[in-house]
Design a protein around this ligand. Structure first.
Ligand SMILES: Cc1cc2nc3c(=O)[nH]c(=O)nc-3n(C[C@H](O)[C@H](O)[C@H](O)COP(=O)(O)OP(=O)(O)OC[C@H]3O[C@@H](n4cnc5c(N)ncnc54)[C@H](O)[C@@H]3O)c2cc1C
Length: 488
């Protein structure tokens, strides 16, 4: 089914076409209009300006580590909090409003969805695992329905690497004489570096080595005495996602609260990541839509050999194929969101449904980012030489897409974690079976057999040959999810 030009040009119209009338639709339309009227220009100027400035000291020489964006930027960011990027999910008991608003945000600026995502992940972690005192102190501030809502962040990665957190995290958590936690260490990739509170991975003193010794803590930006609790060494100079400041954070005896119980900390860390992975998938699909929208508009206007280039058979076929890829990618992200909605309040030990969700989240994070990279590169190609010029903006989407593939775990990480959940929990089998009503019986049987054969290999061979099976399986799940959406 082709997508009308007016639909491809509008994130809310496309969402509506894919999943039907949504109760949130009027707000989505308003949010989209705000982006068209105000947000796009602010976002473009932030991208052009590059890494923002950090004001490290005030006039009296006090350390303040203030990230200096133009006032318009703060207004835009605050507008998203006010309109419900975070609080709506808690009001409605579902992550869907957060993801749908994120879809619209990401169509215009995938980087800006990051502050909302990490704030959401922080609020969910505090809501599930904070004790009563912490919840009453922090949650209302994170869920304020105005532009002054507190912002969250999720800081796990250290300089030794983000993929192998068990080996790389050397931040230590110590209990002081008053029974309060204090964290010391350096976090190397800290998005939303100016956040009011952050969830942070650290190893309690004396805990075992490896990933099982990690625990999750909540760290406020300011100490109880009003001085800085975390300091910002510098902001990273990134190729894109410039509308979220990513910095290096130093923790020196930083005040912290333990979330949940330390012996299941690794699961809490992974819950945070899995929620962000679904959000990342929504961001990647929105960016993919943006690329197809830009290429469509340019292709209708640019004439070569006496016809708009979009009317030449080669480009017309490519536009159709990208539209199909967009529909499939959306269906896969939607499948992940639907499953997240079922399990987002689960705690360890998880149900089988949770493990199925995890597998879909890995597939969606991996596959949607790959599709976004391919489509944004292709959109530059459609623009020809004009596509390579910064002033025409389409090159920005390639830069944004490259980062969506890396953070929240690289493609390798998604594949290897997907392999683990198939191996340890057999999550692929119920997932495959759940599509029996919409997929051909022979495909369902063939997939069960292909996974069985794959998992029967020795460990090194299983890892070395995971790429084609993961890629093809993502396509199978995306196609089945699309068939389900179309039959609804
Ligand atoms: C803009 C940006 C913002 C970020 N913000 C945050 C943030 O807010 N919080 C946070 O915690 N992190 C953040 N990150 C860090 C991000 O999560 C890591 O970059 C990512 O997890 C990869 O870690 P790494 O960069 O250390 O690469 P490494 O872990 O060193 O990996 C290097 C390469 O080795 C591959 N690799 C690793 N292990 C294996 C294996 N077993 N088999 C095969 N290949 C393997 C990886 O896939 C990758 O290709 C951010 C990153 C970026 C780029």
């Amino acid at each position: 089914m082709s997508i009308p030009d007016a639909t491809i040009a509008s994130p809310s119209a496309f969402v509506e076409q894919m999943v039907g009338e949504l109760s949130l639709q009027p707000d989505l339309l308003d949010w989209e209009q705000y982006w068209r009227d105000v947000g796009s220009d602010v976002s473009a100027s932030v991208d052009r300006a590059g890494t923002p400035h950090v004001r490290m000291f005030d006039a009296l020489g006090h350390r303040i580590d203030e990230i200096v964006y133009p006032p318009d930027y703060w207004h835009l960011l605050g507008e998203g909090y006010r309109r419900g990027h975070i609080w709506r999910a808690f009001d409605e008991g579902s992550p869907m409003p957060f993801l749908l608003m994120g879809y619209v945000t990401s169509f215009f600026d995938p980087g800006l969805f990051c502050p909302y995502t990490v704030s959401m992940a922080t609020a969910v972690a505090v809501g599930k695992y904070g004790d009563a005192a912490l919840k009453s102190q922090v949650l209302p501030a994170l869920l304020r329905a105005d532009a002054n809502a507190w912002q969250g962040a999720t800081w796990m990665t250290e300089a030794a690497g983000g993929s192998d957190l068990g080996a790389a995290v050397s931040t230590v958590a110590r209990l002081n004489a008053n029974g309060q936690w204090r964290l010391t260490g350096d976090k190397h990739f800290c998005s939303n570096a100016g956040a009011d509170v952050a969830v942070v991975a650290a190893r309690p003193e004396g805990a075992p080595a490896g990933v099982r010794g990690l625990a999750l803590f909540l760290v406020p930006r300011m100490r109880a005495d009003g001085t800085l609790n975390v300091t910002l060494r510098r902001l990273k100079d990134k190729i894109a996602t410039r509308s979220v400041p990513t910095g290096e954070i130093e923790l020196r005896d930083a005040e912290a609260w333990l979330l949940g119980s330390a012996d299941v900390g690794v699961y809490l860390i992974l819950e945070t990541l899995n929620l962000s992975r679904v959000a990342n998938a929504f961001g990647a699909v929105a960016l993919l839509q943006r690329a197809v929208a830009e290429a469509t508009a340019f292709g209708r206007a640019r004439v070569a050999f006496e016809r708009p280039i979009a009317d030449h058979p080669l480009l017309a076929a490519e536009l159709d194929s990208r539209a199909m890829s967009l529909r499939r990618a959306f269906a896969l992200a939607w499948e992940a969101a639907r499953r997240l909605e079922e399990v987002w309040q689960e705690r360890p030990r998880y149900s089988k449904r949770y493990h199925e969700f995890r597998l879909v989240a890995h597939l969606a994070k991996y596959w949607t980012a790959e599709c976004a990279i391919e489509a944004t590169r292709w959109a530059v190609e459609v623009f020809g030489g004009a596509g390579t010029l910064a002033e025409n903006r389409v090159e920005r989407w390639v830069r944004e897409a490259m980062i969506l593939a890396i953070w929240e775990g690289t493609p390798h990480r998604q594949m290897l974690d997907g392999l683990e959940v198939a191996l340890r929990h057999g999550a692929h089998e119920p997932l495959i079976d759940s599509f029996r009503d919409v997929a051909a019986a022979r495909d369902v049987d063939a997939w069960r057999q292909r996974w069985r054969d794959h998992l029967a290999q020795p460990s090194d061979a299983r890892e070395a040959t995971i790429t084609p099976i993961f890629r093809d399986f993502a396509t199978f799940v995306a196609e089945a999810a699309l068939a389900r959406l179309e039959s609804a």
